[in-house]
Design a protein around this ligand. Sequence first.
Ligand SMILES: [Zn+2]
Ligand SMILES: [Zn+2]
Length: 360
Amino acid sequence: MDIQAAVTETAGGAFRIERLTIEAPGPDQVLVRIVACGVCHTDMVMRDGALPVPFPAVFGHEGAGVVETVGPGVTGLAPGDHVLLSFDSCGACSACSDHQPGYCPEFFPRNFLGALQPGQGGLRRGGERIGSNIFGQSSFATYALAHPRNVVKVDADLPLPLLAPLGCGIQTGAGTVLDTLRLKPGQSIAIFGAGAVGLAAVMAAVIAGAGRIALLDRHRHRLELGRELGATESAESPDTLTGPFDHIVDTTGAPALLGAAVDLLAARGTLALVGAYPSDPRLSIDASAIMSMGRRIVGVVEGGIDPQRFVPDLIDHYRAGRLPMEKLVRTYPFAAIDEAVHDSESGAVIKPVLLMEQNA
Ligand SMILES: [Zn+2]
Ligand SMILES: [Zn+2]
């Protein structure tokens, strides 16, 4: 079947919308008509070649749409089901069994390399195979092949463009606070970075009943939105934050902020590392300050949650008005993908979402 997809030819290349062929779903695959897809920071990290993705490739990993067909042996999903797509995992290892598939040993190949199992379909341009199955989807496209494990069925009355980002950015911020840190009512939290992940952490902190919610960012308009969402204080530099905090969530990936974060941690406080960190930043952290007061530092992938369990919780919060996604999302026609990416990189828009059916 012919589809339209945004192909990135080489590292650092543009997103070019082209006609590709998508194969029929194989075993453990479902074909999804993509209605909307969020633009996530990790799409830019992959586009820039910071991860060994299979160029030319189709990115996009906050897809939302409607199941078109299912592959042989797939149960529990049927054509017409409305779905949100998330990251992929093996479903069989100890992390997956513990409902923490972000720590699956196959996370890297399944999400960044787009590794396909035998007999599974992918994307082609003429005779050439195009890198697909990124995050088990490749949703910068009018159709994508996903897997039952990274497809979450949702009610048909829900607005897919608003909820597409639940499957990555929103679950990452909210899951970190609610599931990994398990913030208790009255506890304090500082959140570094007021992008989609950081603002999801703010909304989750409100849901959990946090006392102080401090938000750090360089963009004043993002801090204002954070206040609107429930942050009780905001800062443009860590020097102006007053600790201690029971929890600190770093979404910036900036190693320079981590020393300040440790200094701001309360006794028995936890620093969650959520950002995309450079692989060898030669961090210098005061180990005795961690040891002596029972502080913790924890790495977090995708919030540490299982999308099959957590995304339905997020939808309940959305329905109850506790996750006002409309304040974060701005929609763009698929053809305006460059503008959407630009607005994300400049910080002008928190969460651009592409609408595939508005392809020119
Ligand atoms: Zn993402
Ligand atoms: Zn696994």
